[in-house]
Design a protein around this ligand. Structure first.
Ligand code: NAD
Ligand code: ZN
Length: 359
């Protein structure tokens, strides 16, 4: 038995308004005046002076606004890296990602690809990255994915939606400022928040569970229950969801996710359905695997008046179902975590098709 030696985010700052300290945090990391910091910022903040006026630009530092409408692609990472190399010939001091899981993953991937040859797609998988990434900082503006703590950056490539999982992926620094999440639309708050809740359920009921994962999962699940079923002020909910996301991410770091993630990756690859809402659409139909978790999910959905899309697979043909089923079944560790070593006895292609047809 060999245990995973897991890298963690070495520095984190937490607090409302901690974003104001960005300058003092990154300044010592500047390599030289010709090596800029590149800020990758969700374009939802374009023209939002409350946030952008506090991005500490000096010398040749640059802000690149990026839409989070679509999830990150390997080709998008490659072209960002190319642009950055062309405009900063004397090197880059660091990459700072400001946004949700989409921007955080882009920041991690760009930081890796600035020091590793070839294309991002070559590194999708486990432990393929050879050289340490450049200094990278994650600043979440919506909570739930755990991307701020994780050892992966999930990218859609030409063949697969798969993460670059490596010891060089985690951020060198994370800034947790719950105030940055104040503008998140209600539905999106729910979808991304439920990503966290689903991480907890999948981790805590999985066959890979151990005390490390359980300790983080228990805390995260407790916070999710308070946030989504209890009553508290908006600011308290923002603070708590940010910590729930962190703990949820830590919980799956040392275990795995499960059925909802395995199936929503299929939806995402074929139909471009985003992670948060995709997980919700799938999880809603998984009573069979997670009876208590799904019952509570339905209660939360009702309390917050969330209507999930229906009939998204209604007009698909058999080859399209095949694509989704192939992607889903290829995620073997997720199935094994959810159902144990003999998962292939219960999970057949027919079974998955039947489940997708309900969505
Ligand atoms: P997201 O980053 O896609 O953002 C969702 C929406 O919220 C976007 O429209 C965005 O513009 C908006 N938004 C973000 N912050 C806002 C704010 N403060 N005010 C107003 N609008 C705001 O959403 P997400 O759910 O955080 O991330 C999903 C992505 O994360 C997927 O690509 C998924 O693959 C990835 N992911 C990664 C990991 C990991 O460990 N690396 C884990 C889970 C998910
Ligand atoms: Zn997730």
């Amino acid at each position: 038995m060999s245990y995973k030696n897991f890298p963690m985010v070495p520095r984190v700052i937490f607090g409302r308004g901690s974003f104001n300290q960005l300058s003092e945090i990154i300044s010592p990391k500047r390599l030289n005046v010709n090596a800029p910091f590149i800020f990758l910022v969700d374009d939802v903040f374009k023209g939002n002076a409350w946030l952008t006026s506090r991005i500490p630009l000096a010398y040749d530092d640059k802000v690149i606004y990026i839409s989070a409408k679509e999830e990150p692609k390997t080709s998008q990472v490659d072209s960002l890296v190319e642009d950055i190399i062309l405009t900063s010939r004397q090197g880059t001091s660091g990459i700072i990602g400001i946004g949700g899981g989409t921007l955080l993953d882009l920041a991690k991937a760009v930081a890796i690809m600035l020091t590793n040859e070839g294309e991002a797609k070559d590194y999708q998988g486990w432990d393929l990255v050879k050289n340490p990434a450049i200094y990278h900082v994650g600043i979440p503006t919506i909570s739930g994915t755990g991307a701020e703590v994780s050892r992966t950056t999930v990218l859609t490539g030409p063949e697969m939606k798969l993460g670059i999982n490596s010891d060089f992926t985690p951020f060198d620094q994370v800034i947790l400022d719950p105030e940055l999440t104040k503008g998140v639309p209600k539905n999106q708050w729910f979808y991304t928040g439920m990503d966290c809740y689903i991480h907890c359920i999948e981790s805590l009921t999985g066959s890979y569970l151990n005390s490390f994962s359980q300790s983080y999962g228990d805390i995260s699940l407790q916070l999710c229950k308070e946030i989504f079923l209890g009553d508290m002020s908006e600011t308290e909910a923002q603070d708590k969801l940010m910590m729930a996301s962190w703990h949820g991410g830590m919980s799956i770091a040392y275990s795995q996710v499960g059925v909802a993630h395995a199936m929503s990756y299929g939806l995402s690859y074929l139909l471009g359905i985003k992670h948060g809402i995709g997980n919700c659409i799938v999880f809603d139909h998984l009573e069979e695997f997670y009876p208590e978790g799904v019952a509570l999910f339905k209660t939360m959905k009702k309390k917050h008046h969330i209507e999930l899309p229906k009939g998204i697979c209604a007009n698909l043909d058999y080859s399209e179902f095949d694509v989704m089923i192939n992607i889903s079944l290829s995620l073997e560790p997720l199935w094994e975590n959810a159902l144990g070593k003999n998962w292939k006895k219960t999970i057949t292609r027919e079974k998955l098709k039947h489940l997708y047809q309900k969505m």
